[in-house]
Design a protein. Structure first.
Length: 255
């Protein structure tokens, strides 16, 4: 995800490559960033953040207690912290200090410039801080401002969302295989169907239910498929799955 953001902001010229510094414990990974994006790099966090106006925390939540103390100690008083960590509230990052924190929940399609991110301001973050985060994440897709209390729902909807689409595609391709379609053909047809359906809904502005009804003629093939999905409680299962993801996100935030 860090690479997606770096690639996006450099490509879209949101920030010049010379103004970006990437840190990692892996020298080979840093070589990759330097060679591909022309950014600066450091094996150590403190010198990288000491003069930084914006710090993007792109570590796994379980690594936060390890890396944050040295970063926090090196922060400039007016630095903005943009966190893409799941389950770590802004108050925990601020740690009782007036640290300006903006939480972001992106997703993996950011890697191809088609991400979806929810952005929420912490207690001390300003409107200008939100705009900075919107520019950063807008370089790799769509970014929407939400309340921090809604971040767990965003995590369930779009943060984990790509996995649901992959699960649907996995199921469609398994069915295509059972029906005897050649794998290369079925893959292309399935991918184009998902991409096309999403694009149709986006560009038409119509609701999903209305679009589904338009292609579901009573007694036809689509009707047979949708009826079977309803009989198996697929919609209820999907709703329950997203709520389970939201609950787990809340549990992680509460430790």
């Amino acid at each position: 995800m860090a690479e997606a953001i770096v690639a996006g902001i450099v490509k879209q010229q949101v920030v010049g490559a010379s103004e970006v510094c990437v840190t990692d414990i892996n020298e080979e990974r840093l070589d990759h960033f330097r060679e591909l994006y022309g950014v600066g790099s450091s094996l150590e966090n403190p010198p990288a953040v000491a003069d930084a106006d914006v710090i993007v925390l792109s570590v796994k939540p379980q690594i936060f207690p390890v890396v944050w103390p040295e970063i926090e100690a090196a922060l400039k008083p007016d630095a903005l912290v943009v966190s893409i960590m799941a389950g770590i509230p802004s108050a925990k990052i601020a740690n009782g200090k007036p640290v300006r924190v903006v939480r972001v929940m992106p997703n993996t399609p950011s890697l191809v410039g088609e991400g979806a991110a929810g952005i929420a301001a912490g207690e001390f973050a300003t409107e200008a801080d939100l705009n900075i985060a919107l520019k950063l994440l807008g370089a790799v897709g769509v970014a929407k401002v939400v309340q921090e209390a809604e971040i767990d729902a965003v995590t369930a909807l779009s943060g984990s969302g790509p996995a649901y689409v992959f699960y649907l595609l996995e199921s469609m391709l398994a069915a295509a295989d059972e029906m005897g379609l050649e794998s290369g053909v079925s893959r292309e047809l399935a991918l184009s169907t998902v991409i096309g359906a999403a694009k149709l809904m986006k560009e038409s502005g119509e609701e999903a239910g209305a679009l589904r009804a338009k292609v579901t003629s009573k007694g036809g093939t689509t009707h047979a498929a949708i009826q079977t999905l309803e009989e198996h409680g697929v919609k209820d299962s999907i709703v329950a799955a997203l709520k389970a993801a939201q609950t787990r996100s809340i549990e992680l935030a509460n430790g």
